[in-house]
Design a protein around this ligand. Structure first.
Ligand code: NI
Ligand code: MN
Length: 229
């Protein structure tokens, strides 16, 4: 069975029977991170969007490890221009990799990189990921508000584990994330993107209560915790 390790915020390490996938590696400047960029050498690096708390240490990790970056096209091309190996994809597209299948889903959010001089480098649309490996499907929603097409995602794919933001302000809050569970119908769900900063403080137990009533098994992962799915 594949497993996920929660590395804080929206970052997860996914271990399949053959490969290691790292999602949204935000460690430097993350007050909750317990790992450093050099600690992880993934085979693939999946990036949902260009914001600093998702792209994070991605360029360094990809270059140091040689990992292949899987991201929406504009963000992937940006990473390629910075010297990373990339596999560009885009919304609605799926591809079979050597560890399994990845499909990009919509996410209602932004995607730009702060250029450091007060400007922005736009990197297209943000995404979520459906990752199917060893017959199990993981959905990482990325940063997003609630959207009706989550019903379609749940209809097309039987989701074994959904990773959903609950921190509000920049993404869904608890109540909308509970509605997302109703739409997606995942077997298991884990909340993410909360409590990293005061601005996204949220009560995961309130989410667990509501999501549990939708029939999902809810696990609140502590930082560093691992879950099989
Ligand atoms: Ni964001
Ligand atoms: Mn974010």
């Amino acid at each position: 069975m594949p497993k996920v390790q929660f590395l804080s915020h929206s970052s997860f390490l996914v271990e399949t029977d053959s490969k290691t996938l790292l999602i949204d590696p935000f460690f430097t400047g993350n007050p909750k991170a317990q790992v450093k960029p050099g600690d992880i050498k993934p085979d693939y690096l999946l990036l949902t969007h260009g914001h600093g708390d998702h792209l994070g240490d991605g360029l360094k990790i990809a270059k140091d490890s040689g990992a292949t970056v899987i991201a929406p096209n504009e963000l992937a091309v940006y990473c390629a221009n910075q010297g990373c190996n990339v596999h560009p994809m885009h919304l609605g597209g799926a591809h079979d990799f050597d560890f399994g299948r990845v499909k990009l889903t919509i996410a209602h959010h932004g995607s730009a990189i702060e250029s450091g001089d007060g400007g922005w480098i736009y990197t297209g649309n943000p995404c979520g990921f459906l990752i199917t490996s060893e017959g199990k499907t993981l959905y990482h929603a990325g940063d997003t508000g609630l959207f009706m097409d989550m019903k379609l995602i749940g209809e097309l794919d039987a989701i074994d584990l959904a990773l959903l933001p609950i921190g509000d302000n920049f993404t869904m809050g608890v109540d909308d994330a509970i509605k997302a569970v109703e739409f997606l119908k995942p077997k298991q769900v884990v909340p993410m993107h909360y409590d990293t900063f005061d601005l996204i403080a949220a009560d995961p137990k309130k989410f667990a209560d509501g999501a549990g009533k939708q029939g999902a098994k809810v696990t609140i992962l502590g930082i560093g915790d691992t879950l099989e799915y």
